[in-house]
Design a protein around this ligand. Structure first.
Ligand code: ATP
Length: 428
């Protein structure tokens, strides 16, 4: 099915997944707020990532570094000088655009031709001041990536946990970029979250780690329920890679807006740690236990964007079909990602004995699965439609037969099939 971006945006808003940031004041471009369903979906994705790449492995360590960092971090990393996008301004309507994302022969807003001059480099870092004095010496930046908070803690981890190479350090958290044209819903935001790993390796064995991380990435994407045929590897040619990167693979996804970058996997050599060593004057060498061989480790960096994962999951789960001659919209989310696993309701909400029995089942299911919703609004048909749209895999309905044989109706989101199930089986 060819899902449109408007369908996703509209469902996300209608059902409390994602709202425009500061909407009540007219919004703030490039910012988005996650509502009750959205925050759970997003956390389910982030938790799955953390479990997969950190908790279930012996070679990964987690960190949670401060967002505000010493500005030397961004000088050493090259962000102050080169974290830029080419900006053009239309002399007619004053619209500003990223030169590499539009056809600059004609302004996309006012349609006038030949109104753009030469692009200038626009730094995407948000500047702020730390402390009570606002001058050059108090300038700091909101981090534009989580990666540098990992590099600056590399030595702390080596000195406190003595890991053997290869090992990785992972971080999940907010990143901020003053994108020239935030667009396409949450795809290009000014505030977003990243899930990044710096995987430290012996320079001689980078390829092995690169390949195995690539395999792990594909397994994770499969676990998110993303269809294999929508995922593509782009081996970034040397001319498009950062000068220090020996190999970069962008994993692209067929979003409703077209094929775009979902995440990146880059071999960054020893660029970052060498820069830190040069600017800080602190030794970043790793000493191999036993042989005493010393070198600055090389790094493989998988870099995931949470918003792009959420958008990929929502757009591949979006379905439309027809039930009883009416159009139905549902989200075929994998069960482990669905914000609500079960919705429980009494067939009729004005029958106290049905409500009491349904409450009992609800309390037990909630204890077991936590993500269980009580839903007695409207008639059963309306409840099913609402739960379909938020991707709830099962709706449980308690009716008068439940008193006879201790069974309930369990309705399946994808097939709409209803089956009688014993309460004991449901709760076991
Ligand atoms: P793009 O070319 O799309 O601007 P990028 O190559 O600059 O992306 P990276 O710097 O490699 O992106 O960032 C790593 C990941 O962070 C990206 O693959 C993406 O998932 C996510 N990301 C980057 N910028 C944004 C943004 N403005 N909004 C949402 N996610 C983003």
């Amino acid at each position: 099915m060819n899902t449109q971006l408007e369908d996703i945006v509209s469902l996300a808003k209608r059902r409390g997944f994602i709202f425009q940031g500061s909407e009540v004041y007219g919004g703030l471009a490039g910012t988005w707020d996650y509502g009750p369903l959205g925050v759970t979906l997003k956390r389910n994705i982030m938790n799955l990532w953390w479990r997969t790449f950190v908790e279930s492995r012996d070679d990964m360590y987690g960190v949670d570094a401060a967002i505000l960092m010493n500005p030397k971090v961004w000088q050493a990393s090259g962000h102050v000088d080169t974290f830029t996008d080419p900006l053009v301004e239309c002399s007619e309507c004053k619209g500003r655009f990223r030169a590499d994302k539009i056809d600059t022969s004609k302004c996309p807003t006012c349609g006038k031709a030949g109104t753009f001059g030469e692009p200038r480099q626009f730094n995407m870092m948000f500047k702020t001041n730390v402390g009570s004095v606002e001058d050059e010496n108090s300038v700091a930046y909101l981090r534009p990536e989580t990666a540098q908070g990992i590099f600056t803690n590399y030595k702390n981890i080596v000195d406190t946990l003595y890991p053997d190479l290869p090992f990785g350090v992972a971080q999940v958290g907010k990143a901020f970029r003053n994108e020239i044209s935030p667009r396409d819903f949450i795809f290009r935001s000014r505030e977003f979250e990243q899930m990044e790993i710096e995987y430290f390796v012996h320079p001689a064995s980078w390829q092995e780690s690169f390949d195995s991380l690539l395999t792990d990435i594909h397994a994770f994407l499969e676990n998110l329920g993303l269809p294999k045929d929508k995922i593509h590897e782009l081996d970034v040619p040397e001319s498009d890679r950062a000068h220090y990167s020996k190999r970069t693979i962008d994993i692209e996804f067929d979003f409703p807006i077209g094929r775009e970058e979902l995440l990146g996997l880059a071999y960054r050599t020893d660029f970052d740690l060498s820069n830190i060593q040069r600017v800080s004057g602190k030794n970043m060498e790793y000493t191999v236990k036993g042989t005493n061989e010393k070198f600055i480790p090389h790094v493989i960096e998988p870099s995931f964007g949470v918003e792009r994962m959420v958008m990929a999951v929502l757009s591949s789960a979006y379905r439309e079909d027809e039930v009883n001659g009416e159009k139905r919209i549902y989200l075929a989310l994998p069960e482990h990602l669905a914000p609500v696993k079960y919705a429980v309701s009494p067939l009729l909400k004005n029958k106290p004995e049905l409500v009491a029995k349904a409450r009992e089942v609800y309390e037990c299911l909630k204890k077991k699965h936590r993500a269980v919703m009580w839903d007695d609004n409207g008639n059963i048909g309306k409840r099913y439609r609402r739960q379909d749209e938020i991707g709830t895999p099962y709706c449980v309905v308690i009716d008068f037969d439940s008193f006879e044989d201790d069974t309930v109706t369990v309705r399946n989101r994808d097939t709409t099939q209803q089956t009688r199930t014993s309460i004991t089986d449901l709760l076991s």
